[in-house]
Design a protein around this ligand. Structure first.
Ligand code: ATP
Ligand code: MG
Length: 317
């Protein structure tokens, strides 16, 4: 028996979200925001919290500082039902933070990576590779240790029969120096958004990017915001799935991570990838009905009810 359905490895920080900002910031000036929220941040943490909320037994391996932000991260994860016993608490590095200037459907972020940048393969308790069904990673370009050791992590998972998923997220350096030809063959599910996929493959169009990755993938879902998502499998027709459109978006923070949570929850439960894609579109849409990445994920029952009432679709739980 494995202790976990899903273990998320990597990225942990806090988000300081400023809402209702009066214009754009200018160096040398000061402007007001109407509202502020200090909360658990990071794509991987939002994923972990939401996949746990849906009912997957979830653990987290990540590095935080021994500081107030680290405590906030740990207690927030635990409150969301994520096992925090594998967190590494550094005395050398501070916990990371993102200042998020939120302008409704888009936002400008400034991140101090902190401790999460320093965790690598050797810091990971190796028992995790025999103790979970699935490992999820995200935001490789925010974590130089994870980026360096990515293949080692994926290969060790595969050697132990553990399935894997990766959401690359944005590259703040805009170098996009992850060799997709090397990485994708060791990955079960690749979860980029449209823009990231184009940059990673050096493609002008999405069609060109899809042709390039096709020989290397097992399953890939390209997230396309309010247009929905595209499911790709080697040797199979692509499945284009419209979003369960929410025209009354509270904010879209974490919609991609919530998509990942819905998809991976269904995937580890043994659903088909087509069913998992529907689940992902649904949890992505549910995400946009409340503030922040985890606001709508208060309980599995609540998510199920929102999906049914707002989008007339049943969630796979
Ligand atoms: N306005 C919306 N209405 C309904 N569903 C949405 C909306 N925006 C996003 N979604 C759903 O959420 C999924 C993921 O969103 P998106 O494509 O923005 O991911 P992302 O770019 O990775 O986001 P993130 O900024 O969280 O990393 C989409 O594929 C879609 O199914
Ligand atoms: Mg994303």
């Amino acid at each position: 028996m494995k202790n976990y359905d899903v273990v998320a490895i990597g990225e942990l920080n806090v988000d300081l979200i400023l809402n209702g900002i009066q214009g754009e910031p200018t160096v040398g000036k000061e402007i007001f925001a109407e509202d502020m929220l200090l909360t658990l941040g990071s794509s991987t943490a939002i994923f972990a919290a939401n996949v746990a909320c849906l009912g997957s037994k979830t653990g987290f391996v990540g590095m935080i500082g021994k500081d107030p932000f680290g405590t906030l991260i740990e207690t927030s994860l635990a409150d969301k039902g994520v096992d925090t016993s594998m967190l590494i608490k550094s005395t050398k590095y501070a916990s990371g933070a993102t200042i998020c200037l939120n302008y409704n459907e888009d936002r400008a972020n400034v991140t101090y990576q902190g401790a999460m940048d320093h965790m690598g393969f050797d810091d990971i308790d190796q028992s995790v590779f025999t103790n979970t069904k699935h490992i999820h990673l995200s935001s490789v370009f925010l974590q130089s240790g994870i980026k360096r050791d990515l293949l080692k992590i994926l290969k060790t998972a595969r050697d132990n029969g553990v399935t894997t998923s990766l959401d690359p997220q944005w590259d703040p350096n805009e170098k996009w120096d992850m060799d997709y030809k090397e990485v994708l063959p060791y990955l079960n599910v690749f979860l980029p958004n449209e823009t990231e996929l184009k940059f990673l493959t050096g493609s002008k169009t999405l069609e060109e990017a899809i042709v390039k990755i096709e020989p290397y993938i097992d399953v890939c879902v390209v997230k396309c915001g309010r247009m929905g998502s595209i499911l790709l499998q080697k040797g199979k027709e692509a499945v284009v799935l419209d979003a369960f459109l929410n025209n009354d978006v509270v904010d879209a923070i974490g919609a991609g991570d919530s998509f990942n949570a819905g998809f991976i929850h269904a995937y580890v439960k043994g659903a088909t990838v087509e069913e998992a894609q529907i689940n992902g579109n649904l949890t992505g849409a549910v995400n946009t009905t409340a503030a922040g990445g985890t606001g709508a994920f208060t309980s599995a029952e609540d998510v199920k009810r929102t999906a049914a009432e707002r989008f007339s679709k049943n969630l796979i739980l």
